[in-house]
Design a protein around this ligand. Structure first.
Ligand code: FAD
Length: 486
């Protein structure tokens, strides 16, 4: 690849944001409103992101009977003694004000008539605290409203259908981004490129969620963390060989009374336990049924409450009003990512990260449902504002390295060897995978010799208390260092 100076110059900004999901749109808006000049780069049109597909909603303690302390406790319990408690504290304390801010900006969340916001219940939450829109169309409402605000802000230059292919880094500092259309120089760069759950063949995520952010950041010299922790959502539709296989059936439906049943129609677990427990119970039941899927019984649910979920199931050929539908776990959310502090700083000066591509340690080993959209807003804002303190960048330089997307055999291998159940023998197959993030996931999952949250080793079935609050840091040279975060 030619040297940077031969690539078209796409401008110089205070901040470049990579990604047009909830975290990127919000961060761009926050930085612009503080006076920064921002360039937002998005591989897809702004409406096509995981954020757009978010169904359940955003968690915040809003009910007078609820409190940030109880939200804190639920998050930490779900995270299985691995949450970075300082990050959890920030999230639960700042979440209610974020909701006020979104409402003030005109976002339409569901209400009880003209009264207070309607609050839903999801697994692992001890209170109703999930705000939502159009039943299960929360992501659509949020991203559409944010995209509109970003498009109307003159301090933000939006480059849609533009991919970041490398960071401009001399190994000591990030100076901007190389895209497939040219280079952007900036004092600060903020990765908000989303998760990596589509690296697993069976996934609830859009295909683009392949972990480009962590791969670019690592190649530029930044540390990654918690890569062994992917959340496998318990209730993904099982429709093998069709485009509907892996489609998410929102947890909020279980919050309203849908139950999990075996082949004989008998209930076999607590549907509202944290996700890792529900997933584990389903895997055990599937094994008892010789590999056949379990079923989600929605026959007691009013389809008018979750119109898009019922429509999707009908389009997939099921009759959810009359019959339970087949489900099994699929890769859904990446707890790990680019290692950041509570203000979104990575280990590479000038580079920031927020949203699902970042790892504050907030989610520990198992994300509490609906904490991720809240995370995009709380930490997206903190990262954006902190990044405006960076000194102007020098000219962008690069090693010539460019991102190469993963091929189907990588996705098959990651599902097969680093799926909901793993062991050393299988994980060792990922050591030679051509995609760097697959190697990093395999390496860290191999190094964590215990089971905890989303990481279930069949050869180390117990949780090792000595590893409580210990995160595995993946360094740019491929070495792994255990680090304790409080
Ligand atoms: C079906 C589904 C339902 C969900 N429901 C909920 C829910 O109810 N509540 C909740 O809290 N969470 C939910 N989640 C998780 C949540 O939606 C995500 O964690 C969150 O939206 C991530 O937002 P983000 O901004 O970090 O990334 P995304 O929304 O994934 O956005 C990433 C953006 O980066 C762009 N991008 C990626 N790579 C590049 C590149 N190289 N160059 C340029 N641009 C790039 C993408 O095109 C996209 O615009 C759900 C996820 C899914 C898939």
């Amino acid at each position: 690849m030619p040297a940077s100076s031969e690539e078209p110059d796409l401008g110089n900004h205070d901040l470049t944001v990579v990604g047009g999901g909830a975290a990127g749109l919000w961060a761009a808006l926050c930085a612009a409103e503080e006076g920064g000049s921002v360039c937002l780069v998005s591989r897809k049109p702004l409406a096509e992101s995981a954020s757009f597909h978010a169904q359940g909603g955003l968690a915040a303690s809003l009910d007078p009977a609820d409190s940030p302390d109880q939200h804190f406790e639920d998050t930490v319990n779900a995270g299985r003694n691995l949450c970075r408690t300082s990050a959890v504290r920030v999230l639960v304390d700042e979440a209610p004000a974020i909701v006020d801010d979104l409402v003030r900006r005109g976002m339409n969340f569901d209400r009880h008539g003209d009264g207070p916001l309607s609050l839903a219940l999801e697994g692992g939450h001890s209170h109703r605290r999930i705000i939502h829109s159009g039943g299960s169309q929360t992501g659509r409402e949020i991203t559409s409203a944010l995209a509109h605000l970003v498009a109307g802000n003159e301090s933000i230059t939006v480059l849609e259908e533009t991919s970041a292919v490398a960071l401009a880094s001399d190994g000591n500092r990030c100076h901007g981004v190389f895209t497939d259309r040219g280079r952007i120089t900036s004092a600060a760069t903020l990765m908000a490129s989303g998760g990596a759950a589509a690296l697993w063949r069976r996934t609830s995520n859009p295909w683009g969620a392949i972990g480009a952010g962590p791969v670019l950041a690592s190649a530029a010299g930044a540390e990654l963390a918690d890569l062994e922790f992917c959340q496998f959502h318990p209730t993904c539709l099982s429709a093998p060989g069709t485009a509907f296989d892996g489609a998410l059936i929102t947890e909020a439906i279980r919050g309203e009374g849908a139950i999990l049943v075996d082949l004989d129609g008998n209930r076999f677990t607590d549907e509202l336990a944290p996700r890792d427990d529900v997933t584990a119970a389903i895997l055990v039941q599937i094994e008892k049924q010789d590999g056949r899927e379990v079923r989600l019984d929605l026959t007691s649910i009013d389809p008018g409450r979750f119109p898009s979920a019922f429509e999707l199931l009908e389009r997939a050929g099921f009759d959810p009003v009359r019959e339970p539908v087949p489900i099994s776990p699929g890769a859904h959310y990446m707890m790990g990512g680019i290692s950041v502090d509570l203000d979104g700083r990575t280990s590479l000066p000038g580079l920031y990260a927020a949203g699902e591509c970042a790892c504050t340690g907030l989610h520990g080993a198992n994300r509490l449902a609906s904490n991720s959209l809240t995370e995009c807003f709380v930490f997206g804002r903190r990262a954006a504002l902190t990044s405006l303190g960076e000194e102007p960048a020098g000219p962008a330089s690069t090693s010539g390295w460019r991102f190469d997307p993963p091929q189907p055999p990588t996705r098959e291998a990651v599902w097969k060897y680093a799926g909901p159940l793993r062991d050393a023998e299988g994980l060792s197959h990922l050591a030679d995978d051509p995609f760097p993030l697959a190697r990093a996931i395999g390496g860290t999952a191999l190094a964590r010799e215990e089971s905890r949250g989303g990481h279930r080793r069949t050869d180390f079935r117990d949780t090792d208390p000595a590893l409580d609050f210990t995160h595995l840091i993946y360094r740019p040279d491929g070495s792994i260092e255990p680090r304790r975060w409080d």
